[in-house]
Ligand binder design. Structure first.
Ligand SMILES: [Fe+2]
Ligand SMILES: [Fe+2]
Length: 260
């Protein structure tokens, strides 16, 4: 595991349809990016406040690489979000605000254990998403669209570091009940935040809100929607099993090595 920067500048406009000309699928990915910089800064903080409690040198090294990777992701997704909002006449501050409020609440009102458990939960959901991205072989292809390659770079490192926060949580707390409860709450919060963000983008860009709602409900306009839903359900169920560990659930596919 190592932290590799994405070397190609994101100079291309980030449209509402870069993902296979599908406005709604693109909206989901762009909405997903909006919450990442603030989320990733939170993950870094939650790991840093536990590193001094670790007695496993190898895990400390993994934490350092995890932090380096998330620093890079956070910076570049901030640039992505800025570019996306400029391209489409959106107000980034307005879109980011619900995420800033949610993570501020966790930072000021919740314990370090709950913060770390929240990071573990989001890392798990991110790893499921990353696996889904690599189900489509063209994301990491050398001739893939720049934005797809950018996401492939991020998803590759997410799969690489998917067990780090989990291992820190287990070493410091080893309380699965708390972890499962935090996971369920976090999932509900993220669904609410991402629905809000996606609908805000649809409304502000004057896309067809009725068609978007229908698309979310029936999911029949994007070819892998049902499959994605099944994968999320399976991943969530796995997380709740007694001996779950991320490395049993996720692998980095051979074709996923990104061209940066
Ligand atoms: Fe990340
Ligand atoms: Fe991550």
């Amino acid at each position: 595991m190592q932290a590799d920067k994405f070397m190609t500048p994101l100079t291309t406009p980030i449209s509402m349809s870069w993902l296979d000309d599908d406005v709604f699928a693109t909206t989901i990915m762009n909405a997903f990016s909006i919450g990442l910089p603030v989320g990733e800064r939170f993950f870094i903080k939650s790991l840093k406040e536990h590193m001094s409690l670790l007695d496993n040198e190898d895990l400390v090294t993994q934490c350092t690489i995890f932090i380096e990777q998330e620093v890079n992701h956070s910076k570049l997704h901030q640039a992505y979000n800025k570019r996306f909002c400029e391209t489409n006449g959106l107000d980034l501050g307005e879109l980011e605000a619900p995420f800033i409020n949610a993570f501020h609440y966790l930072n000021s009102e919740r314990t370090p254990q709950i913060r770390l458990a929240t990071t573990v939960a989001i890392e798990h959901l991110t790893a499921i998403t990353s696996t889904l991205v690599f189900e489509e072989r063209d994301w990491a292809a050398p001739d893939a669209h720049l934005i797809k390659r950018f996401w492939a770079w991020h998803c590759f490192e997410e799969l690489e570091h998917c067990s780090v926060a989990f291992d820190v949580y287990q070493q410091v707390y080893d309380e699965r009940e708390v972890l499962r409860e935090v996971f369920d709450n976090t999932l509900a919060d993220l669904i609410r935040l991402y629905k809000l963000t996606a609908f805000s983008i649809v409304v502000r860009t004057r896309s067809n809100i009725k068609a978007f709602r229908q698309w979310l409900e029936t999911g029949n306009t994007y070819r892998h929607f049902d499959y994605a839903f099944q994968q999320f359900s399976a991943g969530i169920a796995a997380f709740h099993t007694a001996h779950f560990h991320p490395t049993h659930h996720f692998t980095v596919p051979a074709h996923a090595k990104p061209v940066r």
